[in-house]
Design a protein around this ligand. Structure first.
Ligand code: KG4
Ligand code: ZN
Length: 339
């Protein structure tokens, strides 16, 4: 069946058509309109501007997705929309648009959790992948480890107590002069510096838990930058970025190693915008090789926010018999993950 996915939880307006069922998991179109250039002027996402930009783009992006897929709205068997978590005003644009379209055309509507959608990106890339598996979602808003029991039920087994890994990259990147979002530029610069140039605290919480805290690391890096600036100089950006990246990668490897041992993981899925980080990908690849775990990491275009992943997650909600109606509301919070 053809599923139309709609995504507007943060700063990308996206619509996609995927074909799912009878062994098929195929992306027919995946159109993403990024607002990054607009938000860059302010050094981060401005929620009100994001909502307005979604309103301007959503209708044309959706029709672009349908025509790029070579289908019409009449061919669509289900509309899947991200309803949570995210920026409330931004989410509401996609939810209201999807509700109106579904109601007007008499098409079933399903509500999708954005974090589950990031994980569902892996189904599109790996036709044979099926739960159960362990998933690490690292994005601008999340750093969470899930025990994925079936296609729609996730149990959170660990995660950050404060900031997300993406925020940690973006924040320090911004302070050293990189445009928002800084993740990809930090990734590149980390290759040019010494990874042991500074003493930075690990964002892995002590013990055999699966939890992180990035705020202490961020503060420590800021202190290094500020104390150099007070002396009229600047820390070496490449060295700082390399060290900062190394402690984040080491923490992720440490916690995922514990997760694999504790939960008998034999399949690991890496998802979310920060899953594009080449250092994290390479380190988890090595860890999975060492532990005999199958490693699934979607390609970069499916890691960042897009509606194909929303459509894929929506298909499994549809199969599970869940339906939304015109009472569907958006929510800034996660809501449906068990802990
Ligand atoms: O999943 P995503 O597109 O949006 C959210 O749902 O948050 O993730 C965006 C985040 C940003 O913080 C961005 O800096 C980060 O992903 N990111 C990266 C890389 N590419 C994007 N972080 C580290 N290394 C990268 N290569
Ligand atoms: Zn996301």
């Amino acid at each position: 069946m053809y599923i139309l996915g709609i995504e507007s939880s943060c700063d990308e307006t996206s619509a996609a058509v995927v074909s799912m069922g009878d062994g098929e998991r195929r992306i027919l179109s995946n159109i993403v309109a990024s607002q990054i250039e607009t938000h860059r002027l302010y050094g981060g996402v401005v929620p009100e501007i994001a909502s307005r930009a979604h309103i301007e783009a959503i209708s044309s992006i959706t029709y672009e997705a349908l025509s790029a897929a070579g289908v019409t709205i009449e061919d669509i068997g289900c509309i899947a929309v991200t309803s949570h978590p995210g920026l409330i005003g931004a989410l509401l644009v996609g939810v209201n648009f999807a509700k109106s379209l579904a109601y007007a055309k008499g098409i079933p509507l399903v509500s999708v959790n954005h974090v589950k959608a990031h994980v569902a990106a892996a189904y599109l890339e790996y036709g044979e992948l099926e739960p159960p598996f362990t998933a690490l979602v690292v994005s601008g808003g999340h750093t969470s480890i899930y025990d994925v029991r079936d296609y729609t039920s996730f149990c959170e087994i660990g995660g950050t107590r404060d900031d997300a890994a993406g925020e940690a990259f973006d924040k320090i990147g911004r302070v050293i002069g990189m445009p928002y979002p800084a993740g990809a530029a930090m990734d590149k610069l980390a290759y040019e510096g010494k990874a042991d140039a500074f003493n930075l605290p690990s964002p892995a919480l002590a013990g055999d838990n699966l939890d992180f805290s990035f705020s202490g690391l961020k503060t420590a890096a800021l202190n290094i930058i500020n104390s150099e600036r007070q002396k009229g100089s600047e820390p070496d950006h490449a060295d700082l970025t390399a060290t900062y990246t190394r402690v984040i990668v080491d923490a992720i490897v440490k916690k995922m190693s514990i997760a694999i041992d504790k939960h008998g993981t034999n399949r690991l899925v890496l998802a979310g915008g920060v899953a594009a980080n080449s250092h994290i990908r390479a380190a988890l690849e090595r860890l999975c090789d060492k532990k005999g775990v199958e490693f699934y990491r979607p390609s970069l275009s499916l890691c960042s926010d897009n509606a194909a992943m929303v459509a894929a997650a929506g298909y499994f909600e549809y199969l599970a018999g869940r339906r939304a109606d015109t009472s569907l509301n958006a929510s800034a919070l996660d809501g449906d993950m068990t802990v």
